[in-house]
Design a protein around this ligand. Structure first.
Ligand SMILES: [Zn+2]
Length: 416
């Protein structure tokens, strides 16, 4: 197959797998649902046809090993991982996650039987989005050895636990420790759609991820006093929503002034929430992200002080509750440089991007060197049925992937 044919095939696979859904009318695939098994069956068949040894680990990750040219098959020091996730958000598109797994298999198929001095394990993670159990990365945590056994008791909406789901899929939750990578693997590569508009805006097919942004999430509550909208003069009000509104504008202004900083108030709840009552309480959720943790922490401090100042000026009370402080995760420098060279050899300008979204690579990076390649996606759209990628971009990603594996082969030989 030519690159163009292989790219068309990869996209066709993604579209086909999107029909395997928990939902009749949309693409929704949650942790170890029945359609996840259909996806495993389909992909496992393809993997086996190109000479891969396939299994499903106890965390429900689909894993296929493309053997090395020779030598000890179990030696993880001579194993390179390529993967992404096979679960989706509700009403998803066909490419977020799935593309990274399908592209990996397509890449190996394109080798036409050629082997390297190292084995390549393709891994389709069972859960990245965290939809069913409200906690993400169940699959990659098992690979990295950071799957906390307490997670097994976590229930979904119907009361079935993670452990139940694993047993229901015919797997043994006690064997999750076996899913962990033992020893030092060569590294991990993840192909993923950008989920943002930058590549499209710059008219570029691919981007090498330099760092996955850290995130802060906090809840802010402004407390004032409910009062009659007709009888309470403006000067005598304690309007919680008006205070919150002026703070939201400050959040936007602050983030606009700092390169790379993004800050979002994405949720607001107002009480009592009647058209003729001055609002007594406004509860808001703030999300702040930046590639550098110090910059992010400083922004959170500034925005917290701004909320306190606005509250004081308006005689409101304020409470701030931190919900999440996740550190940024840099991608491995050497692996990323190798990836950048591969992109260049594929005939593409090298664009470095910060990932504003979390990815499996972030979890796997705790265990081995990790790198990520973003593919342009139409309109920057993700988590939506309109998700789309271009055939040309997939073709150039495949070419870059082959160049990458070739250079890794030369390096691994030197080190081995
Ligand atoms: Zn994803």
């Amino acid at each position: 197959m030519t690159q163009a044919e292989q790219a068309r095939d990869v996209i066709g696979w993604c579209r086909r797998l999107a029909t395997m859904s928990d939902d009749r009318t949309a693409t929704t695939r949650t942790f170890l649902s029945k359609p996840m098994r259909d996806v495993h069956t389909a992909l496992a068949g393809w993997m086996a046809r190109i000479g891969m040894k396939v299994r499903v680990d106890a965390a429900g990750n689909l894993r296929g090993v493309y053997p090395a040219a020779s030598s000890e098959p179990e030696d993880v020091r001579k194993r390179f991982y390529i993967g992404s996730h096979l679960d989706t958000v509700p009403n998803a598109g066909a490419f977020d996650g799935v593309l990274g797994v399908v592209l990996a298999v397509g890449l190996l198929e394109m080798l036409g039987g050629r082997r390297f001095s190292y084995a390549i394990e393709v891994i389709g993670f069972s859960d990245e989005e965290g939809v069913r159990f409200g906690t993400p990365f169940l699959g990659s945590r098992a690979l990295a050895g950071t799957f906390d056994a307490g997670l097994l008791d976590r229930p979904d909406e119907s009361g079935r636990t993670v452990g139940d789901a694993i047993r229901g899929f015919g797997l043994d939750p006690n064997r999750i420790p076996d899913a962990k990578v033992r020893g030092d693997a060569l590294g991990y590569l993840e192909f993923h759609i950008e989920q943002g508009p930058v590549l499209e805006h710059k008219d570029l097919p691919l981007g090498v991820v330099d760092v996955i942004s850290g995130q802060s999430r906090l809840d802010f509550t402004f407390n004032g006093a409910a009062a009659h909208a007709g009888t309470t003069p403006m000067s005598l009000r304690k309007d919680a929503l008006a205070g919150a509104a002026s703070w939201i504008v400050e959040v936007e202004k602050d983030a606009l002034a700092v390169p790379g900083l993004v800050a979002t108030v994405g949720r607001i709840a107002v009480e009592p929430g009647a058209g003729n009552v001055v609002p007594a309480r406004a509860s808001l959720a703030l999300d702040v992200r930046h590639a550098t943790d110090d910059v992010r922490h400083a922004a959170v401090d500034r925005l917290t002080r701004a909320a306190e100042r606005i509250a004081a000026e308006r005689r409101l009370a304020i409470t701030v509750e931190p919900r999440l402080d996740q550190l940024s995760v840099p991608m491995d420098r050497k692996l990323s440089e190798m990836l950048a060279r591969a992109v260049e050899q594929a005939g593409c300008p090298v664009e470095r991007l910060t990932s504003g979204a979390g990815h499996d690579a972030m979890v796997v990076a705790e265990k081995m060197p990790a790198a990520m390649l973003f593919l342009r996606c139409a309109g920057g759209i993700s988590h939506h049925p309109d998700e789309d990628v271009r055939e040309d971009d997939v073709a150039v990603a495949l070419t870059a992937g082959v160049k990458f594996l070739e250079e890794l082969g030369r390096k691994a030989q030197l080190n081995g």
